[in-house]
Design a protein around this ligand. Sequence first.
Ligand code: HEM
Ligand SMILES: *[C@@H]1O[C@H](CO)[C@@H](O)[C@H](O)[C@H]1NC(C)=O
Ligand SMILES: *[C@@H]1O[C@H](CO)[C@@H](O)[C@H](O)[C@H]1NC(C)=O
Ligand SMILES: *[C@@H]1O[C@H](CO)[C@@H](O)[C@H](O)[C@H]1NC(C)=O
Ligand SMILES: *[C@@H]1O[C@H](CO)[C@@H](O)[C@H](O)[C@H]1NC(C)=O
Length: 312
Amino acid sequence: MAASASCLSLVVLVALATVASAQLSPTFYDTSCPRALATIKSGVMAAVSSDTRMGASLLRLHFHDCFVQGCDASVLLSGMEQNALPNNGSLRGFEVIDSIKTQIEAICSQTVSCADILTVAARDSVVALGGPSWTVPLGRRDSLDANVPEANSDLPGPTSSRTDLEDAFRKKNLTTVDMVALSGAHTIGQAQCGTFKDRIYNETNIDTTFATSLRPNCPRSNGDNNLANLDTTTANTFDNVYYTNLMSQKGLLHSDQVLFNNDTTDNTVRNFASNPAAFSSAFTTAMIKMGNIAPKTGTQGQIRLSCSRVNS
Ligand code: HEM
Ligand SMILES: *[C@@H]1O[C@H](CO)[C@@H](O)[C@H](O)[C@H]1NC(C)=O
Ligand SMILES: *[C@@H]1O[C@H](CO)[C@@H](O)[C@H](O)[C@H]1NC(C)=O
Ligand SMILES: *[C@@H]1O[C@H](CO)[C@@H](O)[C@H](O)[C@H]1NC(C)=O
Ligand SMILES: *[C@@H]1O[C@H](CO)[C@@H](O)[C@H](O)[C@H]1NC(C)=O
């Protein structure tokens, strides 16, 4: 009796788990808003051509959305998660998503979620900077709330150890290989001096010339908001040079260099550094997994009219 009851509840659980992701589909808007994907793509291309860094910023925005109560656009709600410690003064791209949303509302009213727009914009950003493409499952709905404490607890920080990073990603059902592949996003974009100051003055697993070159724009005191490229070799190209940098002890963040520090993830870094196709394949697989974290579907949440606030 007990055995069959728990067997039945296992079947129900598995069925429920399948339903959630089975409701995401790449063709979700094909009849309800056939121009949605093209509109997002042209919005992203325009934003990246006037500000190259925007490609990086949109990719990071998607990551910071998905790691906090799933990919539900909670990060876009004004004055909430945006002010959490890992985000305040560093997330960018809200106005790009708002503007794409306005264009999409004009062609298909209250049909396309902000969570889907951000997920597709992240893919289009990678493509705009020369990276791989992939098919994005769609049908996410937008949250009714945000979660500031979860943003503070679940987003990994630049001083994280390798095991901290592994734990933070495992909590989202992402593997260590997924984590190493997704960290390859640091092949584009910039970081503020305050996030790598300790590394360039105090750490020993850093190339000396590299550390010296960063110090003038990141002095021991002050300058915390000054920017440096995360990939100092090919800053604006989505490629696998991030991993080559790590092998030369030229990771900008502490949390980058821990992936190649004479430890268990070294071989994955070597593989991605020497084999661009292996990196592209692992990155796209992991992006799809990250994009599928805890989606709201069916009647959960809502389709926001404006991405920065819930519908009144
Ligand atoms: C592994 C754990 C990670 C840590 C500790 C981390 C940390 C950081 C930090 C501290 C910055 C600089 C923020 C600033 O100074 O304003 C940054 C930037 C960035 N991160 Fe990560 N990150 C991680 C993973 C990821 C992932 C998974 C992605 C996307 C798939 C990503 C994409 C980016 C991008 C593209 C930028 C540059 C953003 C811009 O220029 O606006 N990061 N990250
Ligand atoms: C966010 O940053 C702004 C500007 O630096 C600051 O005034 C504000 O207190 C910060 N908010 C939080 C919650 O830390
Ligand atoms: C991870 O997977 C477990 C088991 O399927 C599930 O209960 C949990 O909600 C998942 N976590 C996330 C963040 O998706
Ligand atoms: C480096 O280490 C010293 C000694 O522990 C410490 O005082 C300093 O704040 C650290 N950071 C920098 C940027 O020098
Ligand atoms: C790497 O780790 C091994 C085993 O812990 C150690 O013998 C070796 O000296 C380390 N090499 C470097 C470059 O730190």
